[in-house]
Design a protein around this ligand. Sequence first.
Ligand code: ACO
Length: 345
Amino acid sequence: MLQPKAPSGPQGIGLAGLGSYVPERIFTNEEWARRVDTSHDWIVERTGIERRRFAAADQTTLDLAEAAARAALTDAGLEPSEIGEIVVATDTPEVYIPDTSAFLQERLGLGEVPAYDLAGSGCAGFLQAVDVARSRVAAYPDRRILVVGVELLSRLMNWNDRETCVLFGDAAGATVVSKGGRVGEILSSDAGTDGSRADILSLEAGGTRLPFSVEGAQRGDHQRVVMRGREVFREAVRRMADSSRRALAAAGLSIDEVDLLVPHQANLRILRAVSRALEIDEERVFVNVQEYGNTGSASVPLALDQARSEGRLHAGDRVLLTAFGAGFHWSSLVLRAGPGIERSE
Ligand code: ACO
């Protein structure tokens, strides 16, 4: 019997290239155990994380973003001058004002193109940005949009708070969204927000509610990431599973037709719970959280790029991407891998 063909994206819009960057410095669980009251075994048992990368002291968000962006441009066979727009998803910007995309425009030597950040949407930021970029390409069909997810979380987090510091890592990932993307066509997307749960994962300092002050800085407010871990865990599983189902339904696909699930790499237990909820076997779920920890908005493009480099993706594969982050925001995409997916670095 003939299988129904998955519908094409509305305008045949997709990813033209992929790139990622991780800093060289590996920071092990043992190193955390020497700084805070924790252990390698606790971290592995509760999170699956064995190590993560941290940026060097002289690296900034822009350096990470540039490295990933250049890799994505090379992969797409494009010169910077061929990029017509930039979107950067980050919670750890280069400076407070202006946004990181402005610095990236200058660093890459791009034309005077529109550029903007999606800030504060945590780990869902990259997929949200790809979805926005897709709608921009629908409006301007010849435009190629550079989308970067980048985090330098080691500079934001509180190094003395064992409940959060052990979770995070630094990285960047990038893609180019354009008509007829040869790495993968976007078949469908889903995104949503529930702002009523903003309080379970937040960083207030620096906003108008809690402006910077000397007293605040002395208290360490600028690094006070509030995270109610168990609630974040439950919401992450429910929202990523529900959003994945909606994205699959919009693409006319069942979970059995998915060749690889590439979820936001928050925590191995979250990934396993999402896989169980979706009833997808673990062989079809890409996991690299053990190597890099939770890299926020860089997590999905880094995982996708790595899955490709490891030969886990082939032309024609159906790939489900899903993420969940502070806000709470969630976002999922279904891709059909194109011929460009086969080229590994
Ligand atoms: N080392 C040792 N003990 C620790 C550590 C640590 N690093 N951190 C917390 N503990 C202690 C707690 O203080 C607590 O002690 P108590 O029982 O004496 O009170 C005990 O371990 C158990 O704490 P729980 O919070 O119940 O542990 P849990 O099994 O829920 O795991 C974790 C905690 C890993 C944070 C988990 O809740 C989680 O992963 N939540 C999701 C958080 C997340 O992914 N955040 C990332 C940002 S959002 C996103 O990416 C989706």
